[in-house]
Design a protein around this ligand. Structure first.
Ligand SMILES: NC(=O)c1ccc[n+]([C@@H]2O[C@H](COP(=O)([O-])OP(=O)(O)OC[C@H]3O[C@@H](n4cnc5c(N)ncnc54)[C@H](OP(=O)(O)O)[C@@H]3O)[C@@H](O)[C@H]2O)c1
Length: 267
């Protein structure tokens, strides 16, 4: 099994059906070894098909999925169903996709921890948890150590400083979702200017920036050439001066903010 999570993974939200399966295949062919899916993305079957057809040994791939809040009353069953669709015995990382607004956290976090003990997941994590929710989760689990990761929105336009600092202080990893601000970084004059200097695209500059910060990034694209382009961001080196410039792009712009979201930590 991979000892570390690959710092760049292929995100799969909105990539469904046969087309979605082809894109996961394109990502694996391009060299991605980390796929981020979720029960709610309605594509675990297609991800599983692409993974099985790739012939890549299971131990060389990192597979992440997420349990939806609607299934928190039956976490174990939901996890088993995800494994079935993905056609694997275990996922590398299993998240709670969103905090619940209806159930006490203990009642869905403890079953998640139990699923890990029973081997359904190598690691467990939370997604879209604010500072108070992270603290509550750590308290339920007897410490923050078992929370491998908090997957949250992070992009050059959203630094999300309070939750980042809080997770860092507790030793909890951070995965940046919507790292390209869902495509909005395209044409950004600063990112494009830096890219022109460095022989890279604005998407690559954005991803390299987030990786420099130590985040795992999971961009998606519906275009095979961009899927490959995004992976190549791992070879792009940015200087401290470049980083300072991109730091200034933070405009606290949150894109994923459904009505069931928790109260985000203001900054
Ligand atoms: N935990 C959560 O609640 C949560 C929430 C949101 C997302 N996620 C995860 O994070 C992944 C990524 O986030 P996301 O899908 O919201 O958005 P994203 O990866 O930030 O952006 C994807 C968009 O950017 C465009 N794009 C891709 N590569 C590009 C490039 N190099 N240059 C310019 N534009 C580019 C794509 O267009 P084309 O298709 O035309 O290339 C697409 O419209 C998701 O797929 C999912 O796995 C998790």
């Amino acid at each position: 099994m991979l000892t570390e999570i690959p710092q760049i993974g292929f995100g799969t939200w909105t990539q469904t059906g046969g087309e979605g399966e082809k894109l996961v295949t394109a990502a694996l062919e391009a060299g991605y070894r980390h796929i981020d899916t979720a029960d709610a993305y309605d594509n675990e079957t297609e991800v599983g098909n692409a993974v099985a057809a790739s012939g890549i040994p299971r131990e060389r791939l990192w597979i992440t999925t997420k349990i939806p809040a609607s299934k928190y009353g039956e976490v174990r069953k939901a996890a088993e169903q995800s494994l079935g669709r993905l056609k694997v015995d275990q996922v590398d990382l299993l998240y709670l996709h969103w905090p619940s607004n209806d159930m006490a956290m203990e009642d869905y976090l403890k079953p998640l921890a139990q699923a890990q003990v029973e081997g359904l997941a190598r690691h467990i994590g939370v997604s879209n948890f604010n500072k108070a929710l992270v603290d509550e989760a750590a308290q339920i689990l007897g410490g923050p150590e078992r929370i491998f990761m908090n997957q949250i929105e992070l992009s050059p336009y959203l630094a999300n400083t309070p939750i980042v600092q809080h997770c860092r202080s507790l030793g909890i990893g951070l995965t940046a979702y919507s790292p390209l601000a869902r495509g909005k970084i395209k044409g950004d004059p600063i990112l494009k200017g830096l890219g022109d200097e460095l022989g890279a695209t604005e998407g690559q500059v954005a991803l390299a920036y987030l990786m420099y910060k130590g985040y795992v990034v999971i961009p998606t694209s519906s275009k095979p050439e961009r899927i490959a382009e995004n992976l190549a961001a791992k070879d792009l080196e940015l200087s401290d001066a470049n980083i300072d410039q991109i730091d200034r792009l933070d405009r606290k712009e949150r894109i994923v903010d459904p009505d069931f979201a928790p109260e985000w930590d203001a900054y």
